[in-house]
Design a protein around this ligand. Structure first.
Ligand code: FAD
Length: 485
């Protein structure tokens, strides 16, 4: 019965398409309308469908998956993997007794990256279909609670979830032209390896993409306003990471305020000039602006509905509801770390709270990972935060240089650092720079989620030889009883 009805609706819609929208806008009714098909939106939609709800996802891009799958997490990781393999084959294989002629086919590398992206975005389309979620293509503007016109139809729903994500933040004086002075989106697609790439901003995105092009042969200069890299990271670990990346050839110009960056014509060539306060201008082929991201709220209709924002990000309560009843928001568009897994967790929690009355996100156990080589990962409080808040703590660190598996891998740089409450021994923070730190941090996240002490980790058997033994030894080190160092 229902499929037939659908067919009639589709037929009617096709017949009436030429008529002016104002005369007879088509309307569809849902329990939940999700705006944005990134890791926040599509995951929320699937969870709501699992809970028996009739869900629509509106996405303005032709491909699903949002920033993360199309121009963020996934393509950057695909290029990081390829460039790491290239760099290893070129610079490190001989140490392992392997001799090879190594050449770079950048076009093929980019094609592989696109292939990985396509498979995953296709996977999201499959998942929506499998969960009987209606995908509506087009740009959404909310005109009233429960009403979202998209093109020639009005999508109606009991609840609206805004998951419109973020875009690259501008910087005054930096003239992004998409070709020479670019954002991360274009830096994933340079057709040739730039001779000199200047990265403005030493956060995760700048360091990851700087690493990609550095490995492929670019001179890379990272210019940062602060006197340190990755401001959210534990300072000791960030310092170690900077030292290791410097050894790989990345040049750091810290405490540098960028006044301007633009492409200028020099004869037949185009050059980029980056001017920093009190310093010599830097001349480069390409400039990547990576100073953070700002929420995507243009044309959403927030002002007309008086939806409250703070520094551009939508304000929500503990149920992810905005100040307008029935309109919710999650992910990069609200406060908190701009991370895919944070967006997904919030998406699930939001719809669970809405439809079951219960859902939660533990903001103290959201891991952050930088996929440089070695990786940088953290969860919980940094040492600086503990000092600031006057919480007494004990600290255990352990170097990968003393780990057998790290030696066998030939990746001995870095360490694990565990911070535990001085009185209760509860794990308060874990910070890692080292091989596969992004995988190792999962143990720390699970431990913290279960309220573990450093003693709990110390008394947990870890397989030998594994990199995870560094986590075990760091936990032992909290109590001054590490075995192998
Ligand atoms: P998004 O993924 O931005 O999705 C929002 C969607 O909404 C988009 O598809 C957009 O087209 C759509 N949209 C916006 N407005 C409208 C509208 N009016 N109508 C219809 N559709 C609309 N995070 C990690 O956790 N790990 C990483 O390794 C990582 N690497 C990154 C690397 C790069 C280069 C970048 C740029 C980001 C990276 N991130 C990473 C961040 C991550 O991509 C974001 O945190 C995540 O995508 C946020 O998810 P979201 O669902 O909130 O929004």
């Amino acid at each position: 019965m229902i499929p037939q009805l659908e067919n009639v609706k589709v037929l009617l819609r096709e017949l009436l398409r030429p008529l002016p929208v104002i005369l007879f806008p088509m309307s569809q009714q849902f329990d939940l309308i999700v705006i944005g098909a990134g890791p926040g939106g599509y995951v929320a939609a699937i969870r709501a469908a699992q809970l028996g709800k009739n869900v629509a996802v509106i996405e303005r891009e032709p491909v699903l998956g949002g920033t993360c799958l199309n121009v963020g997490c996934i393509p950057s990781k695909a290029l990081l993997e390829s460039s790491e393999k290239y760099s290893e084959a070129k610079n490190e294989f001989e140490e392992y007794g392997i001799f090879a002629d190594v050449t770079l086919d950048l076009a093929k590398m980019l094609k592989r990256k696109d292939g990985v992206v396509n498979e995953l975005t296709g996977g999201v389309a499959y998942l929506l279909k499998k969960n009987k979620i209606t995908h509506i293509a087009g740009e959404a503007t909310i005109t009233a609670p429960g009403k979202v016109p998209v093109g020639d139809q009005v999508v109606e729903g009991a609840a609206i979830l805004i998951a419109t994500g973020s875009k690259s933040a501008p910087l005054p004086g930096v003239e992004v032209d998409g070709e020479n002075v670019v954002t991360s989106t274009e830096a994933l697609n340079f057709e040739t390896v730039p001779e000199h790439l200047v990265v403005i901003g030493a956060g995760y995105i700048g360091l990851e993409l700087g690493s990609v092009w550095n490995r492929l042969g670019s001179k890379v200069t990272v210019v940062e306003y602060l006197d340190r890299i990755i401001p959210t990271m534990d300072a000791e670990i960030a310092k170690d990471a900077q030292r290791i990346l410097k050894k790989q050839g990345i040049i750091f110009q810290l405490s540098s305020k960028v006044l301007s960056a633009k492409a200028v014509k020099k004869g037949k060539k185009i050059q980029c000039v980056v001017e920093c306060e009190g310093k010599e201008p830097i001349i480069a082929d390409k400039v990547l602006l990576a100073v953070g991201r700002i929420p995507n709220t243009d044309n959403l209709g927030l002002e007309a509905l008086q939806i409250a924002t703070e520094r551009g990000r939508i304000t929500v309560d503990e149920n992810y509801q905005t100040n307008v009843p029935g309109i919710y928001a999650i992910g990069d568009v609200i406060a908190g770390p701009m991370l895919a897994h944070k967006a997904s967790e919030e998406g699930v929690a939001c719809v669970e709270k809405l439809y079951t009355g219960y859902g939660h996100v533990n903001y103290n156990t959201i891991p952050g990972v930088g996929y440089t080589n070695p990786e940088i990962a953290s969860v919980g409080k940094t040492e600086e935060q503990l000092k600031e808040t006057g919480i007494e703590y004990r600290k255990g660190t352990f170097p990968f240089a003393a780990i057998g598996r790290a030696k066998a891998l030939g990746q001995t740089e870095g360490k694990v650092k565990i911070l535990a409450d001085a009185k209760t021994d509860a794990v308060l923070g874990v910070h890692i720079v080292g091989p596969r730190a992004g995988e190792l941090i999962a143990e720390a996240v699970a431990a913290m989620e279960f309220g573990a002490s450093s003693e709990d980790i110390a008394r947990t058997c870890h397989a030998h030889p594994t990199l995870a033994e560094a986590v075990h030894e760091a936990a032992l080190a909290v109590d001054g009883r590490a075995i192998h160092f």
